[in-house]
Design a protein around this ligand. Sequence first.
Ligand code: ZN
Length: 244
Amino acid sequence: MSNPLRVTVWNEFRHEKIDPKIAAVYPHGIHEAIAAYLREQPGLAVRTATLDEPEHGLTEEVLADTDVLTWWGHMAHEKVDDAVVDRVQRRVLAGVGLVVLHSGHYSKIFKRLMGTTCNLKWREAGEKSRLWVVEPGHPIAAGLGQYVEIEHEEMYGERFDIPAPDTLVFVSWFPGGEVFRGGCCWNRGSGRIFYFQPGHETYPTYYQPVVRQIIGNAVRWAAPTAGPRVVYGRSAPLEPLAAG
Ligand code: ZN
């Protein structure tokens, strides 16, 4: 194995500090639940970063040392400094992978990269969520069955105001009758982005083995690829041009 894939797990980490019910589910924060799984996976070097750290834990140095960033936020999207959003956007366009989780659909960085409102329907009623794998050959679906079930989740429903994904991997179904594009892939610049629906803060979703497996698959899929250096601007011809 060559160099490890460097993963930064970012979490807003506010609900867990102020709501005892949520702290009971994620005593060390959602980021630690996700990072704990990723740290056990071969070939990954995992760190965490949270909103209340200086520069939200996403300094130039940290981002320069990050291949894939995962993002969970909800109640404090507006507290994320625009300068940090600019910085993350630049890194994604340069090839860093971004895995956006659940309510991260409304984060500044996801809205910036999508260019749409990223709004959706929602309902918090502890419903079952069933995610159908609609692209079984996709690396993010590796090792899964036809569908994945989560016993209790927040309903997210269409319309989800996103640009049409480059690849749709999961379609989510809810008992209230709604469907949702619950696993979506995009390319932006040289970077890969995956959005994944599950992970409401009051449910133990990020301990469920199959959810962890999908996040692990997504992190590996989103890893930068060793493509050619991108060159822009005035360009000399590669062949002699005919006079005139
Ligand atoms: Zn939620």
